[in-house]
Design a protein around this ligand. Structure first.
Ligand code: NDP
Ligand code: MG
Length: 380
């Protein structure tokens, strides 16, 4: 029986991971961690019987302990707790489905404990890819991508030699505001931005998809995962979200992975790699689909994508600033405290202000995150 631990089990990816566990029936869940949703975590513990459960907030952890007094589960909290879940001795794979840079330290802890990582948390690679990838090689652990585009690329690379990759064609839906002008976008409200045309996801990533910052983060994620330069990753808008990404090889051959937009496929692929399992659900019907179209992204309207290339090319601590500024700005936008265009203005302002640290370690990454928050707070 395969054994897994999940960070962020109550979120969009976390709950879908547990659905995969349930459908297959041959994976044991050894540890779960969430932020504050103790009600759902309680249900998950009762259903999957992990030996360890973590809630970020201490008070909520006490509440969970009370709720689960009749279950043989140890309840922990905070970063210590997350690190315990990450390194839980029985698990072979850690699914990192927390949102934000909070994922960095537990991911490193899990790798040091010899676990493969089913990586959904893109912020970890964006900010710490220069440490994570060498560590994976050193420890002989696998980074199995869960993000659908990266899973697609990973699938296209099956049996290929890495050095024959010419270009990665990262597809994007273009989000709900594809084709809009800058002026029109300026008036976007939270409710508009939370409507993604093809995917159902957590709130933060849904906003990121609408600004194309998500795609920017994914370009940086891809460059680390697949060992290519930023300029070898090209974003292609494919509004139907049927092609999940493509790889162009040195001989001009292009491989693509297609499927209905459903995160369960990449999640299951990561959990069972290199094996494929039956997955119930909708299938692509090409006759019904009719056409698949392609466009170039409009980086004048979606400046977040352009800024991501800038951050990724320059490297060091700048991707952390890009990511932190976006996290902060999106949280404030979701609270309706700032306008939609202010998200990108904050990212740009924070990047301009930052003094880049080369090859930052975890402390320096977290310091850059804090400084970014402080700078934005002082300016806006
Ligand atoms: P959600 O917001 O739906 O879920 C986030 C999860 O993280 C929740 O379980 C939340 O717990 C937990 N969490 C938040 N803060 C903490 C904390 N301090 N300690 C422990 N747990 C915490 O996010 P998504 O599932 O959408 O995304 C997760 C990651 O996967 C992100 O990095 C995202 O970019 C990436 N991703 C997501 C995709 C998707 O389809 N959703 C697709 C590709 C990548 P609680 O509920 O208790 O707050
Ligand atoms: Mg994605």
């Amino acid at each position: 029986m395969k054994k897994i631990a999940i960070l962020g089990s109550t979120g969009s990816i976390g709950t879908q991971t547990l659905e995969i566990v349930e459908q297959n029936g041959d994976i044991q869940v050894t540890a779960l961690a969430a932020g504050s949703n103790v009600r759902l975590l309680e249900q998950q513990v009762r259903r999957f019987h992990p030996s360890l459960a973590c809630v970020w907030e201490e008070e909520k952890a006490r509440e969970l302990k009370g709720l689960l007094a009749d279950e043989p589960v140890r309840v922990v909290s905070g970063m210590e707790g997350l690190l315990e879940v990450a390194a839980e001795p029985q698990a072979e794979i850690l699914v990192t489905a927390v949102v934000g840079m909070i994922g960095i330290r537990p991911t490193i802890a899990a790798m040091k404990a010899g676990k493969d990582i089913a990586l959904a948390n893109k912020e970890t690679l964006v900010t710490a890819g220069h440490m994570i990838m060498p560590l994976a090689r050193e420890r002989g652990v696998r980074i199995l991508p869960v993000d659908s585009e990266h899973s697609a690329i990973f699938q296209c690379l099956n049996g290929e030699e890495g050095r024959t990759v010419h270009k990665i064609l990262l597809t994007a839906s273009g989000g709900p505001f594809r084709g809009w002008s800058r002026e029109r976008i300026a008036g976007v409200q939270v409710e508009d931005a939370l409507k993604h045309p093809n995917w159902t996801m957590g709130r933060k990533i849904t906003i990121d998809s609408s600004t194309m910052v998500n795609k920017g983060l994914e370009v940086m994620e891809a460059r680390w995962l697949f060992g290519v330069d930023m300029d070898q990753v090209q974003v292609v808008v494919q509004p139907q979200s049927v092609i999940h990404s493509m790889v162009e090889f040195t001989d001009g051959a292009v491989m693509a992975q297609l499927g209905v937009p459903d995160m369960k496929l990449p999640i299951q692929y990561a959990l069972y790699y290199p094996h494929r399992r039956y997955l119930p659900g909708q299938r692509l019907d090409f006759a019904k689909l009719g056409t698949i179209t392609f466009e170039e992204p409009d980086t004048e309207v979606f400046r977040g994508l352009k800024l991501a290339y800038e951050a990724g090319r320059r490297g060091g601590s700048l991707p952390t600033v890009y990511n932190a500024a976006n996290e902060y700005a999106v949280a404030r936008f979701l609270k309706k405290e700032i306008s939609y265009p202010a998200i990108i203005e904050m990212i740009e302002g924070a990047m301009e202000h930052h003094q880049i640290v080369e090859q930052p370690d975890v402390e320096q990454i977290l310091a850059a995150e804090r400084e970014t928050y402080e700078y934005i707070e002082s300016r806006w």
